[in-house]
Write a protein that binds this ligand. Sequence first.
Ligand code: FCB
Length: 446
Amino acid sequence: MEDHGIKLPKEFYLGTASAAYQIEGATTQDERGPSIWDQYVKVPGAIENGDTGDIACDHYNRWREDLEIMKHLGLNAYRFSISWSRVIPKGRGKLNKKGLDFYSQLVDVLLEYKITPFVTLNHFDLPQKLQEEGGGWLRRGVHNDFNEYTDIVTQELGDRVKHWTTFNEPWELAWQGYHTGEDAPGLKLGVDAALEASHNVYLSHGHVVQTIRDNVPDAEVGIVIHLNHVEPATKNPKDIAAAKRWEGCQNRWYLDPIYQGQYPEDMMKLYGPLLPEIQPGDMETINQPLDYLGLNMYRRSVISGGTDLAPVNIKRVNPPGEYSDMGWEIYPKGLYDILKWTDSNYPTKKIYVTENGVACNDPITPDGRCHDTRRVTYLREHIKQALKAREEGVPVHGYFAWSTMDNFEWAYGYNMRFGVIHIDFKTQKRTIKNSAYLLQNIAKTQ
Ligand code: FCB
């Protein structure tokens, strides 16, 4: 492999990331309870090709092989999520010991392989039973259930897992689940519902931070937010204002409460009657000191005034350049920009880049390999930008490529391949892609 020109700092996590529903499969095995995704994938037209996560990468049964590959690659960290309904099939009450044992064994083998586990408690998944009871994240009291689940999981794994993330991408969870309806539970209820779900997610986040700390005194606790660097499409004041609104909707709405204990004023004004009820004490509950911020980044946002997501009223502009299979612009400097922006507006102890990657569908060639050249370039250039930000003082302490393996890419089904490990979904054969060898080579520089 050609020289990548990267020298990894001594204390730095380099790994890959995944999410339970996207890889595990085995949705009815060992008494796992149904989740909102099991339900949503049955809706005709919801998922491309009618794909489901029923089998996915069958990671629930093949996890040992997957961990062997990570070990072989020399990665020192792995970010994965826990399926709530695998552990507590109905969301609250009866525990499923077999489900918990699965994660416990996974953690044991990770540690044996010197791979640090980063556990996400919620990655877009919710027991279906809790959706049926009061509308999932629309029910304020859902934080009690999330707390019960967190308590059980952190008591069981906390002696070995020290890196805990409460939620993955609260904007996507709330807006795509309850307003645009693109993700489970697939509801198109309006911006007010998205804001309500979002507030309840944040209350749940705030409530469990202390639970994690009580059960795991030496834990690092954080949240993962999808952050894009926002740029106005032109210098026109209308575009500048639209860019500010988008930054408010996606970035500041999620960072301000965590770091400043309040929602951004300009956005409060804009949402006006769409806002959920914010009870006394809510913002204090949400505003818990955290040990790290997890930052997911795929592209930048170039924004002009428009009519999308009213009242945010924006339009995404696609500047000339290179685009992935998802139609997302490939713009490595965007990672540097968002890291710098985040650090200067929300100084924090540690940032981990918890997701960054690219969808491109490269076949296995007759030599038995997967030459995913565009992904090799993408990851290499983004890692360089992350390290450049670090050299300039941004506390970047880790980088996780999305994703460990090709998987069930939500509404896109198996059409979109983000993995550094190729999966043949007919045979479940794993093939290490060139991008994974790139990570292996970078890991060796430590
Ligand atoms: C992020 C999700 C992750 C994956 C990537 C492509 O929004 O966290 O599960 O779908 O996008």
